[in-house]
Every structure is written in C-alpha cells, then in structure tokens.
Design a binder for this molecule. Sequence first.
Ligand code: PMP
Length: 337
Amino acid sequence: MHLQEENNTVSITPSIGNTPIKRCDFLSGFYGTNIFIKEEFHNPGMSSKDRPAYFMIQDAIRRERIRLGGTFVEASSGNTGLGIAMIAKQLGYKAKIFVSKSCSQEKIDKLEEAGAAIEICDNSNGLHDFQSTQFRAQSFAAKDPNAYFTNQYYNTQNIRAHYKTTGPEIFQQTSGKVTHFLCGVGTGGTISGVGRFLKEQNPTTQIWGIEPKGSILQHYLAYRTTPQDIRPCDAIEGIGRNFVPGSFDPEHVDEIYQVEKRVSKMMAQWYFRETSFRCGFSSAAVLAGLHGFYHEMRFKSTDQVVLFFPDHGRRYLTKLYSDKVEINITNAIAKHG
Ligand code: PMP
C-alpha cells in the first residue's frame, strides 16, 4: 500500500513506508537460515514510527479533532515524536513532544530541528504516573482546545498503520514466504499490526517480540495479567514497558523473549564489527533475542526470518558505540534447563 493514497496533497507522505528488506548474508550464514532485515531507517524521519505518526495525524484531521495551526501532542521516546513533528509541520500544525530523560541527545537534537517544542519528563511509566510523559502530554492537551494528544499507546491507528503498510510490505517483499517475524515491543503497535496481517495470510508464521528484562509483556502474554511485582525495567529506548499498552494485542503474538541491555549493546558492537553497519538500540535487542534463543527457535535452513530494525545506530552513537565493550558471543546464548 502507498501511504500517498491516504492524502494526495502532502509531499512528504509518499516517502513514508515502502522501506527495503535486505538479506543479511552474515547472519544467514551464522545461524544457518535465511535472515532478512526490514530497514525502517529509510523513512523520512528515519524510523518506523513515521507510519503510525502519519496515520494518527490523518485520523485526527479527518475527524476534525484539530484545526489548522493547532498542536499535535505526543509522549515519545523520540521517534514517534519526530514523525509527528515532521508531518505536523508539513501540514501546517505545531508539535509538542514529551520525552523521558533517558531519550538520547541525538533524538532531542532532531526533534528541535523539526521545530517541536520539547518537555523532558522523569519517566514514561504510563498515565497513572504524574511525572510520566504520557500523563504530562494528556494534561497539556486537555487544557488547550486546539491541541490533540495522538496517544500512541492507546490509539487504534498505531496498530492499523502497521497492519495496512508494514505487514503487507513484508509479505510482498518475501513473496509470501516469511516464516518468522521478530521485532522489539514498545507500544506494541508494530508486533500487533504486522502479526495480525501475517497470521491472516498464513497462521503458521511465527510472531516473536523482544523486550528488555523486567518488562511485563512476556508475563502478560503468558497469563493475561500484570505481574504482582512491577519494577522499573531495564529500558532500551523505544521498548520495555511496566504497563500494558492498549496498542499491544497479544492475539497474534507467539512468544516474547527478554534480553539484557548489556548484551544488546554487545550485539550492536559485534554486528558492527562483522558487517560495518551500526544498528539502533532496539534493533540490537532483536539481535540479542535471536542470538540468545536461536537454539530454542529451531530454524530450518529454508526458513525466512525477518528482523525488524526500527531505526539506525547514528541515533545512538553515544549510548551504543562510544565505549568499546568486550565481545563474547558464546556467553550471550541463553542457557535453559
Ligand atoms: N524501537 C524503537 C527505536 C522505537 O522507537 C519503538 C517505538 N517506541 C519501538 C522499537 C517499538 O515499536 P512499537 O511501539 O511499535 O512496539
């Protein structure tokens, strides 16, 4: 699907989506199967989050929830905020983005460049926490009649964007042969939308999420309840939650694997050493999930495994690549029973 179909008048939007998928020969050789990378950093805002940003904005405009010149408000680890800021500006709106203090300086710089007003908050623990990005964004929007809180954690357009665009692209680009899809889980929009689309085409396609240790979606997937003991999780920018977002639909998810932040960083540096490509933090978490559990994943040589890379390592030069860590790949494999 071409996003252009949703609005022919906007020049930026045709270039959202339709990102390439490339076979990674190094990973394919290493794990003995066919591994492809869905490269989302080719989007204009350089992340997958341009897709939901565009869908949420279009939906608000279509439903006349905001007047021209009004302010789109979002709580974001940076990428959704950037998509919102960029598209809002292009369409004649303003953007106010609430980011948590863990957001990388590279992303804050980009948000400023895109003309967004930025507020830095203590955490992104969800609407129940007064200091969270989500609570502050909602309160801000409630006080301004011409502001609209896109609310990616609860907006149905988030899942819809991936159901309508990312899922079909992956299916077409693999000629329908995709057997496994692995992505990080933050709002859950990507895994829920892509998972639903791919399972509708072929119910045996495995949909696997990756989250940092301490996040609660693995527990939620298994028991459909939140754990009794919820702590701040080992957050990796964009993924890891200590609440269950409305945009996470467990229906089409087979597994959620948990990875350590430290191991993800090592995987980023290992992948860079082997391929000269700098992946983003949540992409590195996907690599850590693949590496940590590939014995359990039992790939066949004919499988077609798609790894979702939402953004690029140049957004995390300081956090991921500035200090060299010791690379010990054997220790990063999960040991079970
Ligand atoms: N990785 C990055 C870098 C992100 O910005 C996000 C979005 N928060 C995700 C992964 C997770 O995607 P989703 O919100 O669709 O679960």
